[in-house]
Design a protein around this ligand. Structure first.
Ligand code: CAA
Ligand code: NAI
Length: 246
């Protein structure tokens, strides 16, 4: 078991990639906190995973709200006593062309995808420093690395996640805390389901493997970075995008 007795908080774990990661981490022996805004699905997934014999706990959080994040960390410690792994996976899109993007949509995406990652990491890091061990995995995107039509807000947030990852690698390496990011390509979740069919086809044609990712493809990359198999991987952005040429 690659994560035996490790405690992991995965944000955005009620759905999509985060849920696939919760299952993979639990299969490898971790105790997993499903941290998500979506109470109905989160509670359902907690039950499904618990019924399968895994140790998981759903805790509602809005990562954009610092008070809510502090409560998440406290409830995790109350439940499991420790935290070893934080996966900053929660994210949203509010796509529009630059000329049509509202200030509200610009801000909300930054609040969740950028400030949310800052909030969760700043709240968890003191505990990782104290125990002299930790793994932080941030979720960027091909949109943050290459840019993408209709995603001014989202691409900015995901590029910023790369900057924070590299900065935290410099600050936290000496505390034995690995900090890395995954940059997923287009993955079969509700996020991509919202895209126009024509644009999905256009994207598939520029992916080397000629297919979208399954959530498990990305979850396996999180697992590698959360495990001690990646002890000497630090400040890295792992592109898991099927060889896309955007
Ligand atoms: N490449 C090139 N041109 C594009 C384009 C693209 N990917 N997408 C749109 N355009 C062009 C259109 O052809 C159109 O051109 P004309 O004005 O010459 O006709 C112009 O841009 C405007 O497009 P729309 O008519 O579609 O404009 P709209 O205002 O109705 O919608 C939009 C704009 C909301 C951005 C819509 O095009 C859209 O949803 N696009 C998909 C955006 C996208 O890729 N999102 C990724 C979501 S998944 C995700 O975010 C996960 C991740 O990390 C990758
Ligand atoms: P999803 O929409 O299926 O799941 C996102 C989860 O985040 C949902 O459960 C949602 O309730 C939760 N969430 C949203 N706002 C929240 C908030 N404020 N606080 C707490 N939880 C919140 O999306 P998906 O595809 O699983 O995305 C996961 C991550 O991967 C996101 O960061 C996304 O930007 C990133 N990503 C996704 C890609 C894709 O093609 N699906 C490609 C590249 C990156």
């Amino acid at each position: 078991m690659r994560l035996k007795d490790k405690v992991a908080i995965i944000t955005g774990a009620a759905n999509g990639i985060g849920l696939a990661a919760a299952l993979r981490f639990a299969e490898e022996g971790a105790k997993v906190v499903l941290a998500d805004y979506d109470v109905a699905t989160g509670a359902l997934q907690e039950k499904e995973l618990t019924d399968k014999g895994f140790i998981v706990k759903f805790i509602q959080v809005d990562v954009a709200n610092r008070t809510s994040v502090d409560a998440l960390v406290q409830q995790t410690l109350d439940q499991f006593g420790q935290i070893h792994i934080l996966v900053n996976n929660a994210g949203i899109t509010r796509d529009a062309m630059l000329t049509k993007m509202s200030a509200e949509d610009f801000s909300r995406v930054l609040d969740v995808n950028l400030t949310g990652v800052f909030n969760c990491t700043q709240a968890v890091v003191p505990y990782l420093i104290e125990q002299g061990y930790g793994k932080i995995i941030n979720t960027s995107s091909v949109s943050g690395v290459y840019g993408n039509v209709g995603q001014t807000n989202y691409a900015a947030s995901k590029a910023a996640v790369v900057g924070m990852t590299k900065t935290w690698a410099k600050e936290l390496g000496r505390k034995n805390i690995n900090v890395n990011a995954v940059s997923p390509g287009f993955t079969k979740t509700s996020m991509v389901a919202k895209m126009p069919e024509k644009i999905i086809d256009q994207m598939k044609s520029v992916i080397g493997l000629q297919r979208l990712a399954e959530p498990k493809d990305i979850a396996n990359a999180y697992l590698f970075l959360a495990s001690d198999e990646s002890s000497y991987v630090h400040g890295h952005v792992l592109q898991v995008d099927g060889g896309i040429m955007m």
